[in-house]
Design a protein around this ligand. Structure first.
Ligand code: AMP
Ligand code: MG
Length: 329
């Protein structure tokens, strides 16, 4: 990665980052229609670049097997979480990615502490895990609808007035712990306007093939718009940290939101800068011995090492030029 490209990406996402310690008021501080002066046509090209960059870095992340990445996606209904995941991860190896969607918690999940179900879906080293909704639901939907809290069967001392501050603190510490142990936490909030949500809901009703995506519950949640904006603002203010900052991604234009998400993930991976492991001097010597054996097995008329012949510069590390084809007879 050239420093220039890395810097461009860093500059691009800078306005989206929530400064740790700042007091956010969503509607005042972030515009869902912001698009950094880009046109959709340039955007498609940019997304393509971002996606191929992600593919390259994911391969290195997996090979190095030291760091993992957790990407948390939060948003209101129809903001585009699913589409973002589909596009941003379109170029990467499915073996290195694990997507988890979090719904209303099950009885088994409610029988544990509130972070339990998220812990079980964390990435392994070398992996990118995506949370489609995340542990932040515990300070969002649970806060807007306190009846969810009753179902969590908390003891008296864990459900007092300072509950939300305590949860913010616990979440921050948990993410700090993960970061210190090699797991980068990246958090994206897709910021949709009320009017754009109305339009998308209508589209889901108007198009029969979209009907399945719509539920009456979605409109009920929409009625609580202001409560959600407040809960999001509080969450962003309290849990954007140096080690795991929030990014508020404008979501009214789907194409722009996707570019931002790709850029944020790319930035995280560039920051980790995973390297292919070097097997070491000794192992390398053994490899060269094996290489000679394999070369001697070349059938008559075949090149000793067809790969090295076709890619002389890539195979230069073997320390010796490939040998010419064996003569027949
Ligand atoms: P969807 O993502 O549209 O399939 O909807 C999942 C639903 O699960 C949303 O309405 C969320 O608010 C709800 N949900 C997710 N996590 C929790 C939670 N921890 N407590 C209560 N409801 C939740
Ligand atoms: Mg839904």
């Amino acid at each position: 990665m050239s420093d220039e490209r890395a810097e461009r990406i860093a500059g691009f996402i800078e306005p989206l980052r929530v400064k740790p310690g700042s007091k956010v008021r969503l509607e005042r501080d972030f515009d869902p229609r912001y698009k950094a002066g880009l046109k959709k046509r340039d955007g498609i090209e940019l997304l393509r670049t971002g996606v191929s960059l992600l593919a390259e870095y994911q391969e290195r992340l997996a090979a190095q097997d030291t760091y993992g990445v957790l990407l948390c996606l939060q948003a209101l209904d129809s903001a585009g979480k699913d589409g973002t995941i589909r596009h941003v991860m379109s170029g990467v190896n499915p073996q290195g990615v694990r997507v988890s969607s979090f719904k209303v918690p099950s009885a088994e999940e409610l029988d544990h502490d509130y972070l339990w179900r998220y812990v079980r879906r964390l990435p392994t080293r070398g992996e990118i895990a995506i949370f489609n909704r995340s542990h932040y639901e515990e300070v969002l939907v649970v806060r807007v609808h306190p009846e969810n809290l009753l179902r969590q069967k908390l003891p008296g001392n864990a459900s007092g007035r300072d509950l939300w501050d305590r949860r913010y603190r616990e979440i921050n510490r948990w993410e700090r712990y993960l970061t210190d142990n090699g797991f980068k936490v990246v958090k994206i909030f897709l910021n949709l306007s009320e009017e754009e949500q109305r339009i998308r809901f209508l589209k889901r009703i108007d198009l029969p093939e979209k009907n399945w995506k719509f539920s009456a519950a979605d409109v009920r949640e929409r009625r609580r718009w202001d409560d959600y904006q407040h809960a999001f603002s509080e969450m962003l203010s309290a849990t954007s940290t140096k080690w795991a900052p929030w990014y508020v991604v404008p979501a009214d234009r789907k194409w722009f939101g996707r570019i931002c998400a790709a850029a944020i993930l790319a930035h995280t991976l560039i920051d980790i800068d995973p390297q292919y492991p070097d097997v070491g001097e000794e192992a390398r010597k053994d490899l060269l011995v094996t290489k000679r054996d394999l070369e001697r097995e070349a059938p008559a008329g075949a090149s000793a090492d067809p790969y090295a012949e076709r890619h002389p510069s890539a195979a230069r590390a073997t320390g010796r030029k490939h040998r010419p084809k064996k003569k027949r007879g």
